[in-house]
Write a protein that binds this ligand. Structure first.
Ligand code: FAQ
Length: 329
């Protein structure tokens, strides 16, 4: 079990599907089976609501924390055009966070509670954003391959059962596809550039490969939530299936550029039709998602500071009647 204070606990007895009204549960599951969307005002089992909040909230946090490693490269991106594009991408990621927080709010958890849970380390966010982007090439690898991984996941889940989440994912995927092209273009530029540029992108790729393999979640046999989530069509592909899809689509593109990956076992197995690979270090994954990665403290520190510095704006928005009173000299 991936534990720590923020881990998913066994559902309370009254949250277990068998504790629900059997007729309502059967009708709910039949609707899902028919491919209908569940909307916020519809009846839903308590566990479906809890799982969706967990997943959408983690996704929202991942977007706003995910903006940070690339955000630090806006001022250092090479040239004005790259700076503009980098800035637009980072703004998109933060916008995705907003869409996803709104989708999670429809299930009854307030944005304030979600942000508090993020800052206090109670909620998780994607493992991958706890690693540093040392060079411009690291930022490009994120733009290409982390976005690619996110698209594999989101295209599948956009066909899921909860209306507000699926609609948010449709829009996010459209923008993310553009990020992917931007990232690919930037990586190709470095890979076909000077020997130093090529070396830089090759090193970045080796650094990001293990966290990219972790990104899709633990192997199916270790996953806690997949079975229930797939039954209710919240998740539309298992972790291993998404990882395989990613390998299938992107390893050939990486090799095409003459770049290497740090896994001597990586190859498509013609008998099984699947990719063979070395299991990444799942102990490292557990440490990172439970708060002990290279950049966890720094990432949460930035969010905490943003929250504190922006508090006056939220207060002013919530109470527009309040006027600033000039203090007496
Ligand atoms: N990182 O039972 P499972 C992006 C946790 S968006 C951290 O397999 P599940 C855009 C999991 O929460 C990236 N924790 O879990 C962008 C659970 O712990 P809990 C985010 C992870 O939910 C690009 C435990 O391990 N995308 O990148 C991770 O069935 C570029 C057991 O795991 C989403 O969130 C992980 N990688 O499957 C932004 C998509 N994997 O909660 C900026 C929505 C697992 O019990 C720049 N989420 N855990 O304490 C999902 O599809 C699923 O939640 C999975 C995990 C597939 C991530």
């Amino acid at each position: 079990m991936y534990g720590g204070g923020n881990s998913f606990e066994a559902p309370a007895i009254n949250e277990r599907p068998e504790a629900e009204n059997p007729e309502l549960l059967a009708e709910f599951e039949a609707r899902i089976e028919r491919g209908e969307k569940i909307e916020p005002s519809d009846w839903m089992p308590a566990l479906y609501r809890k799982q969706l909040i967990r997943m959408i909230e983690q996704h929202a946090h991942s977007e706003i924390i995910g903006a940070l490693p690339e955000g630090t490269w806006i001022t250092r991106a090479p040239g004005f055009r790259r700076k503009l594009a980098q800035m637009a991408k980072v703004q998109d990621e933060v916008g995705h966070g907003q869409l996803l927080y709104s989708a999670a709010e429809t299930l009854g958890k307030s944005r304030e509670e979600m942000i508090n849970d993020l800052i206090n380390g109670k909620s998780k966010y994607s493992n991958i954003f706890n690693y540093p982007a040392f060079t411009w090439a690291d930022s490009n690898v994120i733009s290409w391959l982390v976005d690619a991984g996110a698209i594999v996941n989101q295209l599948a889940n956009a066909k899921g059962s909860y209306g507000p989440y699926c609609r948010a994912l449709d829009r996010i995927c459209a923008e993310e596809s553009f990020h992917l092209k931007y990232g690919h273009d930037a990586v190709v530029h470095l890979a076909t550039g000077t020997p130093l540029q090529r070396k830089m992108v090759q090193e970045a790729l080796h650094r990001w490969w293990p966290p990219l393999m972790h990104f899709f979640g633990p192997p199916d046999k270790m996953s806690i939530h997949t079975e229930q989530l797939m039954r209710w069509k919240v998740k539309m592909a298992s972790n291993d299936d998404m990882r395989q899809q990613f390998l299938d689509m992107y390893v050939p593109k990486i090799w095409e550029l003459g770049l290497t990956l740090p896994d001597p076992l990586l190859k498509k197995n013609l008998e099984t039709g699947k990719w063979d690979y070395t299991e990444p270090d799942w102990e490292e994954f557990k440490r990172v998602i439970n708060g002990d990665g290279p950049c966890n403290k720094e990432r949460l520190g930035v969010r905490k500071q943003a929250e504190e510095k922006g508090a006056w704006v939220r207060r002013a928005l919530l109470n527009p009647q309040a006027k600033y009173v000039q203090p007496l000299a």
